[in-house]
Design a protein around this ligand. Sequence first.
Ligand SMILES: [Fe+2]
Length: 435
Amino acid sequence: MKRRTFITSLAAASASSALQAATQEKKNTDSYSSNEFKVLSPPVVQNPTETSFSVSWMISGMATGWVEWGLTEKLGNTAKPAHHGLMGMSEYALSASITEIPVGSTVFYRVVTMPVRYKNAYSIEKSPPILGEIRQVKLPSASAKTCTLAMVNDTHDHEKTIAALADRINHLDPDAVVWNGDAANTFESPQQTARICLTPGQSPNDPTRGGWASTRPLFFTLGNHDARGISARTLPEVITPWPLDAHDPDGLAPTPYAAGRYCFVKRIGPVAIVCLDTGEDKPDSRDVWGGMAAYEPYREAQREWLLKALKQPEIASAPYLIAFCHIPLRGLKGDNDGTGPSGYCAYSGFGQKLWMKPLIDAGCQMLLSGHTHQHRIDKPNQEFPLYQVVGGGPKKNNAGLVHLNANSKQLKLIIEDLTHKNVGEVTLQPRKNSH
Ligand SMILES: [Fe+2]
């Protein structure tokens, strides 16, 4: 077989198996929707500010839903998602934003799901609401004395790896979980997108229980694979973007419908965190994208955003400044930077060119990435005076967890494998002139 024919058949075979997987995924959830509606995931807390957060959860059929919340287990408030007068309704995932939380509060909440049968505009049948478990979430605060984070990356829908990582995260109990990209291989149906993004850590006995981000927030940074597949454009329905600020540049919002951005800054105790979206691993002009890749202007818009974000007083003044992005910004000798006519990147030449100088100028001490499926630590050097920590891959023998713990004296980061063996570490001292 000629090489070109072979590659074409391979591509066709993988497209057809992806389609089969998507059809099966849809059948699996459809089988519930006819007569046995189910909530299929724990809630996933996202986009925390000092006074707000959002929650998404997966369902098996058409439903509407809302969140009940309060400062005690009595709850008392309701957050009902709606846009232009329509309450949210979906057959795969629901989400809601909880706002106006008093600063520093512990919040109790539960998700409520109401299956509906939408026969026509004047005939909508409702089922009794399904009440979720009451959970407690503490929003990470800028005024905390410490910051603890756990980072996973490149899980690529490997069920056993994700279960092991979720167990470990729940044991370590960090302030937040960073999922640093490549959650998926491709997203082939909205049901698959919801399952991959919302079910990690769920209890094997009850899909609504457990979870790795129902009592702490998830920070999601997109990987190149999270941009692939016919349903990649439904991602904002489950991984909810951060609200836009008035001064944000154009070009950051994933869709006009779900306005928001996936790049963000967050201060937790002594640590300022920057998250950037490195996008795809090849130039926009490559034929494989069918003319539908627009990452180059998107990365430029993120530079414009970054320059302002780094000047925010609580970011500029933090004792530690670290940045997360899926594709590394520093490469090894001979690595493909992904800006040329062949191959794919081992590090993002586009991201490095646009973001590295602003990050270094702002005193960024460490980049945290994934993408290569092999953990490594690059030490600061003259050209790049900051650490780069790269997490592992999706398989038992290359997966791992990166976790860090910071206080006023030091920030200590550990890379561990799935047996919890320490395979690398970095210690940072607070930046000078911080407070
Ligand atoms: Fe990747």
